[in-house]
Structures are given as C-alpha cells and as structure tokens.
Design a protein around this ligand. Structure first.
Ligand code: NAP
Length: 238
C-alpha cells in the first residue's frame, strides 16, 4: 500500500504536533511545517518537518516543488497554523489585525490554492481547516482572531460547493479551549472561570481535536462536507 500524504501547517507544537503523531502512527506520511527550524520529538520515519512560513507565497512555491520531486504532494491538507494577537478593538494596531488575518485566513488560501490541483488530478482529497469557537461566538479582545476564524466558515462552505463534484471534502473543526501554548497565558482563576462554563467541566486536550480531524480525513467521513464541527466540551450549543 502507498502511504497517504498529509500536510499539516503549524506542526511543531500543540494541536498540529498531536495531529502529526496521530497520522504518523496510522502509517500516513506527514509533512509538518513551522516558521522555525524544528524536529519532531517522535522519531517516526513517517514524519517530515519543514520550515515554512505560510504567509510567504514564494516559499510555498519552493516547498511545493520540493514535495512534488519527492512524490510527497498531499491528498489530505490540514490548515492548522494559527496565531493570536489579542487586543481590545479600540487599541488594536494595524499590524495586530494584518498579522492575524494573513496567517489565519490568507495562509489557508495560500496552501489550499497550491495543493488542490493535485487533489483534483487524483480525483479525491480532504481539506480540513482548524478554526475556533471564537469565530462562532465572538470573544472580547479577539476581533482580529474571531474575524479570521469566522471567515474560514465561509471559505469552507463555498469551496465545498465548488469541489464536491471532484470528490474532495472541505470541513472546518472549531476547537473550544484546548490546553496548549496558545491558552497557557490564562491565569489559574481565569481558567477555572472558563471551566465552570463548559458542560464537560474541563479544558479540551489536543487528542480531543486529533480524533475528530482523523475521522474527517478518513474514508468513513466521505459523505461529510462543508461542515463546521465544534470540539469544545459543549461550551457552544445551537
Ligand atoms: N489552543 C486552543 O485553545 C485553540 C482553540 C481554538 C482554536 N485553536 C486553533 O488551533 C490551531 C492550533 O493551535 P495551537 O493551540 O496548537 O497553537 P500553538 O501551540 O500556538 O501552535 C501554533 C503552530 O502554528 C505554527 N505557526 C504559526 N504561524 C505560522 C506561520 N505563519 N507559518 C507556519 N507555521 C506557523 C507555530 O509554529 P511557529 O511559531 O514556529 O511558526 C506552531 O507550530 C490554531 O489555528 C488555533 O487558532 C486553538
């Protein structure tokens, strides 16, 4: 069997690293990126770390050509890399807006645009975006971040409609509060306050997200597209 190739942006830590390990253990080849040089702690031969800033289209082109040469173009793309730059709107600087939008939204456009053609050629593929419940319910101090993540809902639905006939699914996973570097700034009492509002009474862990993403990438999820699925312990219910 030829191993399937998964491309995961932002795989040096947190949710992306967990996803990389999850797929590698199941015999997928995993290409994982970060803006900085990094190595996976897991020494699996299926893991390929690369330095890539997803906001830089020139670097993405070079990366694409390298992967093509090595026969490592992905059939599964996980747009996971994301940043926050929290600030109350009245104090928000242009840079704080631009950086978050260019990573969390334009970065998703950049990677999807370059990898989708090969999925069309292969007559199948999976695109999974990692958004956030902040994009669904809003969060003070996160006008930039929640705008970028809400935009991924529209991106997902429109693209799913455009390429469903090509046997490519596009879905959006919206984590709630997950215990990673991104939430490590929270003081213990603030954390406890959040936990009190979560029906399952705990922060999520990175495996909670990986399991859902893995399912959406699998053949079992071949009839699911254009959806935003939350993994948030019940924090947001419609
Ligand atoms: N943790 C949560 O509670 C939570 C909740 C909802 C949604 N999410 C979303 O889940 C995703 C992963 O979050 P996380 O908590 O795992 O974050 P994290 O621990 O901060 O990791 C973010 C990853 O993205 C990489 N990255 C950032 N900017 C990049 C860029 N321009 N190009 C390439 N890689 C880049 C980082 O590496 P470098 O810094 O080395 O580039 C790192 O590997 C994000 O999209 C986030 O918005 C997280």
């Amino acid at each position: 069997m030829i191993n399937k190739v998964v491309f995961i942006s932002g795989a040096s830590r947190g949710i992306g690293e967990s996803l990389a390990n999850y797929f590698a253990e199941k015999d997928y080849y995993v290409v994982g990126t970060s803006r900085n040089d990094f190595n996976f702690k897991n020494k699996s031969k299926n893991l390929f770390p690369i330095k890539l800033d997803i906001t830089c289209r020139e670097s993405i082109k070079i990366c694409f050509n390298n992967l093509k040469e090595k026969n490592l173009l992905p059939t599964i793309l996980i747009n996971n890399a994301g940043i926050t730059s929290d600030q109350l709107f009245l104090r928000m600087k242009d840079d704080e807006w631009d950086d978050v939008i260019s990573t969390n939204l334009t970065g998703v456009f950049n990677l999807t645009k370059i990898f989708i053609k090969n999925m069309i050629k292969n007559k199948g593929g999976r695109i999974i975006n990692i958004s956030s419940i902040s994009g669904l319910m809003g969060n003070p101090g996160q006008v930039n971040y929640s705008s970028s993540k809400a935009a991924l809902n529209g991106f997902t639905k429109s693209l799913a409609k455009e390429i469903g006939s090509r046997n490519i699914t596009v879905n959006n996973v919206a984590p709630g509060f997950i215990d990673t570097d991104m939430t490590s700034y929270l003081q213990e009492d603030a954390k406890q306050e959040i936990i009190n509002t979560i029906p399952l009474q705990r922060l999520g862990n990175i495996d909670d997200v990986s399991k859902l993403v893995y399912f959406l990438a699998s053949d079992e999820a071949s009839y699911i597209t254009g959806q935003t699925i939350s993994v948030d312990g019940g924090l947001l219910m419609y």
